[in-house]
Design a protein around this ligand. Sequence first.
Ligand code: S3P
Length: 172
Amino acid sequence: MADNIALIGFMGVGKSAVGQELAELLDMRYVDLDEEVERRSGRTVADIIGNDGEDAFRKEEHDALMAMKGVRGHIISCGGGIVLRDDNIRLLRRIAMVVLLTARPEELIKRIETDGGRPLLEGTGDPLARSEQMITERMPRYRRTAHHIVDTSGLDPGQVAARIIDIVGVSP
Ligand code: S3P
């Protein structure tokens, strides 16, 4: 098995919940890259994007990922835009078995509305249409990054985690 498992996919697909479940089941360490950005910078993601812009956030996100080089036994939950940089794609594939989580946009939007805190969707008149557009734009990159794809539609985080364990072939 790879040293680490990375979860990628659009906002609201359940990377954090599934990642925590997986870490528990496999006795691995859970790390959320957005939280790493916040810990390292002492600022929230919303503050960085809102005040310094998306590019500044992407740089912080890249640095947080670079800091994962050499770690082992981690479940790495990535922000939805991690695949926007080619160097992130290469690095992720090198350090982890990468699993793409997908779901229908309507399902994602429901979860995003419940969780809140998605600065890139705030202020857009129609978050569903904006999400659909972003997913379409990003999908080739998500697919290029992923070693495996899991459709989470209708599954709870525990069921998704069990499916990933089947796929990556490790026994809890
Ligand atoms: C982003 C997703 C967010 C966070 C930032 C940007 C994106 O993470 O990194 O708001 O570009 O899709 P989640 O996917 O964990 O919500």
